[in-house]
Design a protein around this ligand. Sequence first.
Ligand code: PEP
Length: 248
Amino acid sequence: MRRKLVAGNWKMHGSLADNDALLTAVLAGMGEVGCDVAVCVPHPYLAQAQARLAGSTVAWGAQNMSQHAKGAYTGEVSAAMLNDFGCRYVIVGHSERRALYGESDQVVAEKYAAAQAAGLAPILCVGETLNEREECITEQVVGRQLDAVIEKCGVASLAKAVIAYEPVWAIGTGVTATPDQAQAVHAFIRGKIRALDAAVADNLVIQYGGSVKGSNAAELFAQPDIDGGLIGGASLVAEDFLAICKAG
Ligand code: PEP
């Protein structure tokens, strides 16, 4: 039986004071949560997350990292640096990184490989744009994004990773995929992995992300292939995030 994972993606939001209040409220509500929970915070707040969350049931991680180990990469952050702050997870290939910072499938695969080499669990984001959905090439796009990682790292690497299916048209838009739409893509992803390795597929946590709220989380998470969520906007409000975690 797979455990569900609800992970917050704070994106570029927060301040020391706001984070402190948010984490205090989240920790206070964790007693009623039965799934795994994590928050992926901006790099400058990793020390704060570590200080506040160490010893708790909430894990923490980052939202991006360099594919390089060290060197002349001004402004970049390596996997080893994330390890210094006790991260368990790092998001790779978020659609905002792909669209706004030009991260190709190849670069995402390199980041995924570098994260795993450092012992971090990558949360690999995949998903189609609205145009791609309308062209009925969702499976082609998601399949290509997965293939880049499988070709580089092998299917066995997914035993130590999480996949987040995030339709781009649903991220931050308030338009959530219906449970049936999401389940169909999750089943495609798991089926694709199962064709290569059944055990890896059965244990793989596949999150859904895209305008998840307290009001729609339970129905989404009840789908057989949806194992929790990657949560953007709603992870910034403790009450909303906890409502989603309780549905996990
Ligand atoms: C995200 O940032 O990955 C995300 C899913 O955002 P939101 O929940 O706000 O749609």
